[in-house]
Structures are given as C-alpha cells and as structure tokens.
Design a protein around this ligand. Sequence first.
Ligand code: OAD
Length: 294
Amino acid sequence: MSPIFRIVSPNFQGMGIGLLYGQSPASLRNGRPLGYPVQREMSELETNLAGLEKILLGGPKIAVLTGAGISAESGIPTFRGEDGLWKKHRAEELATPQAFYHAPALVWEWYDWRRGIIASKEPNAGHRALVRWERYFPHFVLITQNVDGLHRRAGSQNVLELHGNIWEVRCTREGTITENYESPLNPIPPLCPACGAMLRPNVVWFGESLPAETLEEAYAASASCDLMFVIGTSAFVQPAASLPLLAAERGVPIVEVNPQPTPLTASADFVFRGRAGDVLPLIDERLPAGSTGG
Ligand code: OAD
C-alpha cells in the first residue's frame, strides 16, 4: 500500500505549520496579509456570499470535506484546538494499532469516554445545512474525517467516513463490523458475541490504511466537483488534507469555513472566518426556497 493511503500526521500536531503561516506569497490572499482588519472582513463576508451565490445557483457538482470543527458547536472536543484532545492525550498511546495491542482496555476506556460525550450531544446548524444541500443539489458528496456519526444523525444520507465510525465495532478475529451504541460499554474491552474475540473500534488509527473504497470515492468526488467546501478541519492529517488540492489544481473554487487559518487557506477562493454553525446557514439562505426548512 502506498504511503498516501495511510493516515499520516507529522508528530501528531502538524509539523511545518510555520512555513505555511509565514509572510510568503502563499500566505497572501488577494494580495493582502491574512491578519486583515476585522471591519473590512465584514464587507468581505457580503462579497464572499454574493460570489458564492452566483456559483451555487449554477447548480455545481459539490464536494464537501468536514473535520472536527463542524461538531465543535455541538460540544464535541476537536483535536488540535486549545482544549483539543491531542493537547491532553497522547495520540501514540490511544490512536495507534500498537497502543491497542499493548493496552486494549486503556484504549477502549478512552473511546468509551468519547462515545459517552458524543451520545449526549446533538447535530448543529452546520450539520443541518449540509443535509439540505444534499437534498437540493443533484451532485453532492459529503466527505468527513469525523467518527462521531453526527452527519448521519442530522439526516445526511451519503457520508464518506474516511476515518471510520465510533459507533461501529470490528471483531479482531473475524473482521466483522457491527453497529454498537452501548454507552457505557460493559465489559471493557468488549467481546465479539459470535466468537468471543476482542472487538476494536472501527476507526482508522495513525499508521493504518483508510477504507479503500471510501477513499476512492472521496478522490473521485474531489477530482470531478465544480466547487469544494472545506469545513472545520486543520488540514494536517493526510490523505484527507490533500483532497481539496485535487480540486484546486483543476481551478475549482475552494470555500474554507474555519475561524482559524489553515495550510489550505492559501488555496481557497472564498474564506469564511467563522463558525460552521453560523456561516453555513448564511450560505444556505442564498439558495432558493426549497433547500431550506429541512
Ligand atoms: P482538528 O482538531 O485538527 O481541527 C479542527 C479545526 O476546526 C481547526 O482548524 C479549528 O480552527 C476549526 N474549528 C473549530 N471550531 C470550529 C467551528 N465552530 N466551525 C468551523 N471550524 C471550527 O480536527 P481535524 O482537522 O478534523 O484523526 O483532525 C483531523 C484528524 O486528526 C481527525 O479525524 C483525527 C485527528 O487525529 C484520527 O484520530 C485518526
């Protein structure tokens, strides 16, 4: 398997960020530095919305890549923010096959804790806007790095879950995948009801391959869309972070929705520096009635 199919995040925090946030030409958008005065950003919001509206009304083929940021307003911690999971926990000890081999109970306790948090939360306005867009646009593909299942709970039908789903378990002996919503889990680690072997979370850990078919569909969508949204991801983890580049290389407009700059900002044509739950409904309002009210 080529390395591009494996999940990679340099030192789990994102090495090389300084290069991309510097004052190199890549950090200039429309010839201005990223740290632009807030007042001027207000009118840029209107310009962005108007420009995007024109494209949306043309009925483009849309691909969307989401990350933990879209679930942040639901109360689910992100990975690399100030209160991010990787600030308090070491990915090497919790999200690698080696960690699971050495300490399956510890790994499962962490996933059990996360499942408990997610179970108590609801999808937000950002997730709901994407449900409406799926119904409105004939060509719409939603790709997510999130394992929380909130897109589906909101009502999205076709979701490409690149990193798996925390509500699925996989038998370590037979490979059988089943849904499991028990929270808290008992026992930990949970055992396969069919063969008694240990179950593992059906998520992708660092160093593991992404589900091949899902990744292929995500590449195909990114390589054929006319417009790509990148919402709530720090764009540090490969191969997900390279998907928008496939679109950008073809001259396809990229829309970034994120309160913070990312390595993809320099490739974005529309940058919305805001929260997904605020920005996506504003974009949604620009669509003719019929996409709304879902
Ligand atoms: P990160 O935690 O790395 O990044 C979250 C991004 O969301 C940041 O860029 C934030 O600025 C942004 N953000 C925060 N609140 C937001 C909001 N309300 N609206 C929009 N954006 C917001 O999460 P991911 O990029 O998803 O993988 O991380 C990718 C992968 O790294 C995860 O799937 C996970 C992690 O390690 C594995 O565990 C395999």
